[in-house]
Design a protein around this ligand. Structure first.
Ligand code: ZN
Length: 486
């Protein structure tokens, strides 16, 4: 149940979002970072981060496609626009046939950039395969070499990677805070917000997660934040560095968040609030009982912020992709199969999973029931204590203005063709007939934008003055949508 305070917070959030878009704020204050204290690779050389030529704010002419590839437990994200292709991470070994290999068939010509966020096998162990399959022009890493030596298998993966870089004839670059230089394509900006060398490593190498490359992509006014495997420590540090108390914070605020660390519970709430994504993508394996990812803590925190959450952790092909068109529209393609989310429990690693629909986040088993409902239900008006206003009068105002509510719902249908559910509106009518307060009392529609729009609309409605100058409270449920089969 949403309180009226939350309604206000949502309106503020949207206002800040549109302001950020209007001023075209990329939000970063580039600063030169330090290369990591770990031994630099012989094949690596630091690159200056602030030498990128800023391109004119010319509108792009092509679609940009981002594919979050289902590589099981791991990350692999392909970014494509025209002939330009960049890959962030490669997934673990054994995720080639029918997975990364299949998606890379769409790469035309060379792979311009291979970005490796940190040397954990689920992020880079197929880098050698990528370099065998494609001509790779640039390899950019976080400069870390401290993770792999913790076991023999990891050492072998890392050696394969080093050998592949030599065979490719490239010099791996260590990313430095600031815009990636010499992208070779005018319309994209990729900013490095975090790179390696910041955190000391534990004996099992897990702290390398916090040293992951964090990258912000800007295209056609849309921002996509790739947070690799950072955990709470690095998330909080990014907020401290860029945001102060401002939430959402322009430097980190993004339309899309690649959720850190496969939806682990070790996230920083302030970081999620600073990013306030409209869409969130969790990469992970189907029914991952080994690590029990993604976790409810992370999943629910994103949902509460109003994000539509997708995950590659669906059964079968779990690829999730988005096309950003030159006018900034985003079109999503996501698996039919639902998301499995696990719960943490004291004394046990985890329990579950609970199954949710992709995007809407509704419990998956409820979907069929919801689909049987009519488009608009007959409303039931409940009048509280305080002042008489005939039920018919209230219904008349609702009926006369129902198209405004319907409009709020229908404009979201272009993004969410399956959008449906019930919204219970609550409002208080003052002695002058004006709406004094309004909120969403209950919702299964779960669409912040539609609901914010409805509350904005309600605020403008006029009712007859209640007799005797009292105050009237109304609870009004409306059901939207009979979804089409996707
Ligand atoms: Zn990982």
């Amino acid at each position: 149940m949403l309180s009226s305070n939350m309604g206000v917070a949502v309106i503020n959030r949207n206002a800040i979002l549109s302001l950020a878009l209007l001023v075209g704020c990329s939000g970063t204050t580039p600063q030169l970072g330090k290369p990591g204290p770990g031994p630099a690779l012989p094949a690596e050389a630091a690159v200056a981060g602030d030498s990128a030529e800023k391109t004119d704010a010319k509108l792009p002419t092509k679609d940009l496609k981002i594919t979050f590839v289902d590589v099981g437990e791991g990350d692999a994200i392909l970014i494509q626009v025209g002939d330009f292709d960049a890959l962030i991470d490669t997934g673990n070994q054994g995720k080639w046939d029918g997975q990364l290999g299949r998606v890379l068939e769409s790469v035309s010509g060379p792979l311009e950039i291979l970005l490796l966020t940190h040397p954990h096998a689920d992020h880079y162990a197929q880098a050698d395969e990528v370099m065998k399959a494609l001509e790779v022009e640039r390899v950019i890493t976080n400069g870390e070499t401290r993770g792999p030596p913790r076991d023999e298998k990891q050492k072998a993966f890392f050696q394969d990677y080093l050998d592949a870089v030599v065979a490719e004839g490239v010099t791996a670059e260590i990313a430095v805070i600031g815009p990636l230089p010499s992208l070779g394509i005018a319309d994209i900006e990729i900013d490095v917000l975090a790179t390696g060398g910041q955190y000391t490593d534990g004996p099992d190498g897990s702290d390398i997660n916090n040293d992951s490359l964090v990258l912000m992509l800007t295209y056609a006014g849309k921002k996509v934040l790739f947070a690799a495997d950072i955990e709470d420590v690095a998330g909080a540090q990014l907020v401290a560095k860029h945001c102060g108390d401002t939430k959402p914070c322009p430097a980190l605020n993004a339309d899309v968040l690649k959720v850190p660390h496969h939806g682990s519970k070790h996230f920083d709430q302030g970081f999620f609030e600073a990013v306030s994504p409209r869409f969130a993508v969790i990469s992970g394996g189907f029914h991952n009982e080994q690590h029990c990812l993604p976790r409810q803590e992370s999943y629910q925190a994103l949902k509460l912020l109003g994000a539509k959450v997708f995950s590659t952790s669906a059964e079968d092909n779990g690829d999730v992709s988005v096309v950003i068109s030159p006018d900034g529209n985003m079109n999503w393609d996501f698996p039919d199969n639902p998301v499995f989310v696990w719960e943490s429990q004291k004394g046990r690693k985890c329990v579950g999973p609970t199954v949710y629909e992709q995007g809407s986040g509704r419990p998956a088993e409820a979907a069929e029931t919801l689909k049987q409902r009519p488009t608009i239900e007959n409303p039931e008006v409940r009048i509280g204590e305080g002042g008489p206003l005939p039920k018919e009068e209230i219904s008349r105002v609702f009926n006369n203005n129902m198209n405004q509510l319907r409009y709020c719902y229908e404009i979201q249908l272009s993004t969410w063709p399956d959008l449906h559910g019930e919204v219970v509106l609550w409002l208080q009518i003052g002695p002058d007939g004006l709406v004094k307060e309004q909120r969403i009392a209950k919702t299964t529609l779960d669409n912040q934008r539609a609901q914010t729009c409805m509350l904005d609309v309600l605020r403008t409605w006029r009712f007859p003055k209640p007799l005797g100058g009292g105050v009237v409270e109304v609870t009004y449920p409306v059901t939207f949508g009979v979804p089409t089969k996707r």
